[in-house]
Design a protein. Structure first.
Length: 650
């Protein structure tokens, strides 16, 4: 499949990812940048609500279910707006004047086009997949949703291999599966098309919206924000190949818009036109989509918002009435108490962080957050310089100093997440993210873009003043064409510098993970070719068993033929566990054949012992001796990959 063939799918994805949110935002009276920034997150909420409604009522997961929820909620919002009359909006001031559509379109393009270009280069072909461990689940989950027409988070875990559903946040899967089934795309192409739309849509507009809450919706600050949205190494490039944690990637893409709404709610940025009630309503519309994409990012939002809450309370304490001070103090204490309780309760089991117990270097991590070079990346030159300038500006003018606090919070979580010598402190601070400092690093760009943008705006303002002084000294007038020309040149130069070093390396490493080769980590070219031939040999109602860590379980994603292990390395069923342990002993243990017949297992995919984790091997005890003498018949092969029929059970 070529990228040209995916153009209709891109149109479908844009409509699905932005259509519901644009309707909701328009009903609420949002305009221009605010409208497009919350439209994507609103649409994700619409999808997760529709998916849960379908799971509870039996409605199939398809676009009519989404349309039903979109229209019903839009009607409710219309009624609510009429009920609240003029309490959602205030009059515009000069500082809060919305940017014209031309400015929004230009600055969005400055962010989205480079990001799209990098993502096209990373992915290579629409049919490529991320050669990473977690993609086994993601690919099979999308096929499972398409087969069952059920995208509920309450039942997605284990992909139907247990009698009872298991919770797994299905927001990202709901979005991609809807694009896949509506546009008629293969699974891999649906992932790639949707991810490009999510990043260039939700992330790009969210960054513009966030920065404009303190700089205003002027061309220069928005251009600075647009350039910086492409310049950080740990988002979005890292999450395109690490894990891959696509659901977490979507939740982080929503985070800038959510933080922008918090700034409006707390009145610590420029004067806004949306009332307190209106901003609360926006958060209510944003958070469900974020939470059911990945709940940990809601905790990240609360953590990053803490400096804002404290700054707002401090502002009230300086200029408010006694009653206002009391209210602000009580609200701040209540917020911190709720944050503490949620931080203690809403976290995975401590055993989930075992893989990270011996990993991390706190001193190195401290240096990395200073120079925007997390995870052993080279120094981010542009982001580091602008951050230093931005810090100097806010400390000098004593305004918006809380933006430093936001980055400090993210930096502390990242550094402590690397502190393997203090396991208890590490778990208390970073356990929400499984102590996984790779995931935590994805919050650093969101936390750092504000302070870096202020630095960029300050440098641009200084350059403009210097040029005006030079013209005055020369007794010349500035040509009409000079300002747009200079802006264009500076933007192009900044975009050229932005990906250098840290981001450039992240892009290169991500691209390496999206190629089918003779020794690619998850599926090799030979293994993929054999999987595609399965329907020629395997009945549609049969079950295939294979080692997921070698990529064999992806037979389900590509062909729809059931596999014994679609979602993990251990079967949750008793029969499945017995097959994985003793299948090659079927001649000597009658219980094995009984389990085979009850499970419907008829074939074995043998992709060797090379694990998806580079340099590691993986094997399942029951799939080691697949010879004819043990009850297996070779049916097909491609290179070292082989398909066997189980004959020893009759």
């Amino acid at each position: 499949m070529s990228w040209v063939e995916t153009i209709p799918a891109f149109v479908t994805a844009v409509v699905l990812v932005f259509g519901p949110g644009l309707l909701w935002g328009s009903v609420l009276g949002l305009r221009r940048l605010a409208l497009v920034a919350v439209a994507g997150p609103f649409s994700i909420t619409a999808m997760v609500v529709a998916a849960e409604l379908g799971g509870l009522t039996g409605l199939p997961w398809a676009w009519p279910t989404l349309l039903l929820v979109t229209v019903v909620v839009a009607a409710a919002l219309w009624w609510l707006r009429r009920l609240m009359r003029n309490r959602l909006h205030r009059e515009h001031t000069a500082a809060s004047a919305p940017a014209p559509w031309r400015t929004i379109a230009i600055t969005w393009a400055v962010s989205a086009l480079p990001l799209a270009g990098y993502m096209f280069w990373i992915i290579g072909s629409p049919d490529n997949i991320a050669q990473s461990h977690d993609n086994i689940f993601h690919l099979n989950a999308l096929r499972y949703i398409a087969d069952t027409s059920n995208a509920s988070s309450l039942t997605l875990g284990y992909l139907g291999t247990t009698d009872q559903g298991v919770f797994y946040p299905a927001g990202w899967h709901a979005v991609v599966s809807l694009v896949m089934t509506t546009a008629g795309l293969p699974v891999a192409a649906a992932i790639n098309v949707t991810n490009i739309v999510l990043i260039t849509g939700i992330w790009s507009t969210g960054c513009l919206f966030l920065v404009s809450r303190i700089t205003g919706e002027r061309m220069m600050p928005l251009l600075v924000a647009a350039v910086l949205s492409t310049a950080f190494s740990s988002f979005p490039y890292l999450l395109l190949e690490f894990g891959v944690v696509y659901p977490f990637m979507l939740s982080i893409a929503i985070l800038p818009a959510a933080l922008g709404v918090v700034i409006q709610l707390l009145r610590i940025g420029l004067p806004g036109t949306i009332s307190t009630e209106g901003n609360i309503l926006l958060l209510v519309g944003l958070i469900p989509g974020m939470a059911l994409s990945h709940p940990s990012t809601v905790m990240g939002l609360l953590a990053l918002a803490t400096p804002m809450v404290l700054a707002a309370a401090y502002g009230v304490s300086r200029s408010g009435t006694s009653r206002d001070k009391t209210k602000a103090g009580l609200a701040t204490v209540a917020y911190l108490v709720v944050l503490g309780v949620l931080w203690a309760v809403l976290r995975p089991a401590r055993s989930s962080s075992d893989n990270w117990d011996n990993l991390g270097n706190a001193l190195l991590a401290l240096w990395e957050v200073v120079v925007h070079a997390p995870l052993y990346r080279p120094i981010g030159i542009l982001t580091t310089v602008l951050t230093i300038v931005g810090a100097a500006v806010v400390l000098n003018v004593r305004k918006h100093r809380w933006v430093l606090g936001i980055y400090l919070v993210a930096a502390v979580i990242f550094v402590v997440g690397n502190w393997k010598e203090a396991p208890l402190i590490r778990w208390l601070v970073a356990g929400v993210w499984y102590n996984d400092f790779f995931r935590i690093s994805a919050m650093l760009p969101v936390a750092g873009i504000l302070i870096a943008s202020l630095g960029g705006v300050a440098l641009a303002g200084t350059a403009r003043s210097f040029f005006r002084a030079w013209l005055a000294h020369k007794d010349k007038k500035q040509p009409v064409w000079f300002r747009p020309a200079a802006t264009a040149v500076l933007t192009i130069v900044a975009l050229a510098v932005a990906p250098l070093f840290a981001a450039q390396r992240s892009i290169q490493e991500a691209a390496f993970k999206y190629r089918f080769t003779d020794d690619s980590y998850l599926l090799t070219e030979d293994e993929l070719a054999l999987i595609k031939r399965l329907p020629e040999h395997v009945p549609a109602d049969a079950v295939v068993v294979g080692n997921p860590m070698t990529g064999a379980s992806l037979s389900y994603s590509y062909t729809g033929i059931q596999t014994l292990l679609p979602s993990g390395t251990t079967s949750p069923a008793v029969n499945g566990k017995l097959i994985l342990q003793k299948l090659d002993e079927m001649d000597s243990d009658p219980a094995v054949c009984e389990a085979v017949r009850e499970s419907g297992v008829g074939f074995v995919l043998d992709f060797g012992t090379s694990s998806v984790h580079p340099g590691e091997t993986s094997f399942l005890p029951g799939l080691r001796d697949l010879g004819e003498e043990n009850g297996f018949e070779l049916v097909d092969s491609e290179g070292d990959a082989a398909l066997y029929r189980i004959t020893g059970c009759g």
